[in-house]
Design a binder for this molecule. Structure first.
Ligand code: NA7
Length: 530
């Protein structure tokens, strides 16, 4: 039985869902958000493992839609820790009174477009059904945790922890023998914290990763005052930059730069720290030699930091730098100088199984009290596949995306009218500063809804031609990048059987914004409005 009717239903109450809700309400629409968690925050609600923090400066990783909000809020550190970001999300929910339209602890199970009434029927896991004109997904890019298919994973009698489903109460590893599987960004953030407590920490590494020190610390009050005094202008400038992050981006190519100059520039960026380490040269992700120069620079740093040469060699990545998202750490490589931390290579000698007592590798059982899985996400499409989404004629989104995600502008899918995906696959998403990109996506979507209403129409749908064009365009702009040929969750290669499609939009934020604006300027070209 249908229990309520809305203009719009939003799935998710992370930063995207919250802003969507706010905008829809400002437009006078009746909107409801469903959220699986018991509070707002999305990624920052779930990923509460020790050491979790943002890898884009907090002064930039924040909402800009409300000037008073960005003036009032105080970030304590250059890169804020997860609890502070969650506090910020909660503050926003309270400040804009969002909670009254969010139903927590409710997972959306199915959403089906009704061919006759032209609205969506949405079913939650507890059997509640509601109808809505618009079905809006704000489910995040990295929300579907990848529980690895290691035999015996449920047999372990000790404690198993999954970083993206971390317990809400503090976990105390004091005196424990801890294993960690995975050495991506999450492992690099959490292992230094766990190493401080645990009796022993053993990292099971399949692929070593590059990481740049964050040099995190308290906010510099002068910098904060400068940013706050100039927020609108700085935010506007950030939108002109590929990744939407203001920084000192180089404008020359590494291949035309003398090596000693490059060396100095990399050293300067290493000392300053952060994700933009590779930003000195425009060809870092396109020219193999420029990339290798930076890669070797970081390998040298790893060899300098890690005292045991054998361990250092194990930790040195051999792939190109940045083809997997570069990590930003606080003392990761340094932990391998501690007597209680060790590493086990599992590419050549894989984990055979998890036993009741620990991990079996190379025929040897290693006993642990706790196993931490930092094994990543079924990125971009995983969260959509968990919902039975059906468009016109009952076509399943999962089937429509069988060979990889298809949509127009990363926001609208042909055959799925009045459904929009905030920062969906084939949008700039993770290649950019997520908060401003979320705002851009939400504003574009809500403007489109407003347009439909102004036209006195009720249905908007991407055309197949537009979708074909976008899928082709996204592939074309990704091809020249070294990332296109590497194994990473950008292409779904971390999930067995997942189609290999490059999912973030690679032409950068300004090009993307221009495409979105062109569509609007041409009366929603690429959409059928009826
Ligand atoms: P990542 O970067 O996908 O890292 C996951 C890690 O887990 C990575 O080292 C994987 O090795 C490893 N992994 C996954 N499955 C296995 C199995 N079965 N055996 C051994 N090792 C395994 O996820 P993160 O959560 O660290 O970071 C994701 C993003 O979140 C990050 O970039 C930030 O943007 C925020 P692999 O590399 O696949 O060999």
């Amino acid at each position: 039985m249908v229990q309520d009717e809305y203009d719009a239903v939003v799935v998710g109450a992370g930063f995207a869902g919250m802003y969507l809700l706010h905008r829809l309400r400002q437009m006078g629409l009746r909107a409801k958000a469903f959220e699986t968690g018991s509070d707002v925050g999305g990624t920052w609600y779930w990923n509460r493992y020790p050491g979790a923090r943002v890898d884009v400066e907090s002064m930039q990783y924040s909402y800009q839609f409300d000037e008073e909000l960005q003036q009032d809020w105080e970030w304590s550190e250059r890169y804020s820790p997860q609890p502070e970001i969650l506090r910020y999300a909660r503050h926003v929910a309270d400040r804009f009174d969002l909670r009254r339209d969010i139903q927590f602890e409710t997972r959306v199970k199915a959403a089906r477009f009704q061919d006759d009434s032209k609205d969506w029927l949405i079913t939650t896991e507890d059997g509640t059904q509601v109808r809505a004109r618009y079905f809006l997904t704000a489910v995040g890019c990295l929300s579907s945790f990848n529980k690895p298919a290691i035999p015996g994973i449920d047999d372990f009698k000790g404690n198993s922890y999954f970083t993206a489903q971390w317990p809400h109460e503090p976990v105390d590893f004091t005196g424990q023998r801890v294993a960690m599987i995975g050495t991506g960004s999450t492992a690099m953030q959490s292992s230094p914290e766990i190493a401080k407590q645990a009796k022993s920490l053993t990292l099971f590494q399949r692929t070593p990763n590059y990481s740049i020190p964050s040099h995190n610390g308290p906010q510099d009050p002068e910098y904060v005052a400068y940013v706050k005094a100039n927020y609108p202008e700085l935010r506007a400038r950030a939108k002109q930059i590929y990744g939407g992050v203001l920084d000192d981006w180089g404008e020359t190519e590494g291949k035309h730069t003398p090596k000693d100059v490059m060396e100095k520039e990399l050293e300067r960026r290493w000392r300053r720290g952060g994700l933009t380490f590779l930003g000195g040269y425009t060809d870092s992700m396109y020219d193999k030699d420029t990339n290798e120069f930076a890669a070797e620079f970081v390998r040298r740093k790893i060899r300098e930091i890690v005292k045991d040469p054998e361990t250092a060699e194990l930790l040195c990545p051999t792939n190109e730098i940045g083809v997997k998202r570069i990590c930003v750490d606080t003392g990761y490589f340094q932990i391998f100088n501690r007597p209680n931390v060790s590493i086990m290579e599992v590419r050549n000698t894989p984990i055979e199984r998890i036993s009741e007592k620990g991990i079996v590798r190379g025929g040897v059982e290693h006993e642990f009290d706790s196993i931490v899985y930092a094994t990543g996400f079924d990125a971009f499409t995983g969260s959509y596949n968990r919902i039975d989404i059906r468009g016109r004629g009952g076509v399943r989104l999962k089937d429509h995306w069988e060979a990889g995600p298809r949509n127009f502008l990363g926001m609208a899918v042909a055959g799925f009218p009045n459904m929009f995906t905030v920062t969906g696959p084939l949008s700039p998403s993770v290649f950019t500063n997520m908060l401003p990109t979320i705002e851009q996506s939400v504003e574009w979507i809500t403007d489109a809804i407003e347009y439909v209403r102004e036209q006195d129409k009720s249905v908007i749908e991407a055309t197949e031609t537009a979708e074909d064009y976008w899928v082709r365009h996204c592939d074309e702009v990704a091809r020249p990048s070294l990332r296109y040929h590497a194994d990473c969750w950008y292409l779904g290669s971390n999930i067995p059987g997942k189609p290999r499609v490059f999912m973030p939009y690679n032409a950068g934020l300004p090009a993307y914004i221009e495409k979105c604006e062109q569509v609007v300027a041409n009366d929603y070209e690429g959409f059928a409005v009826a």
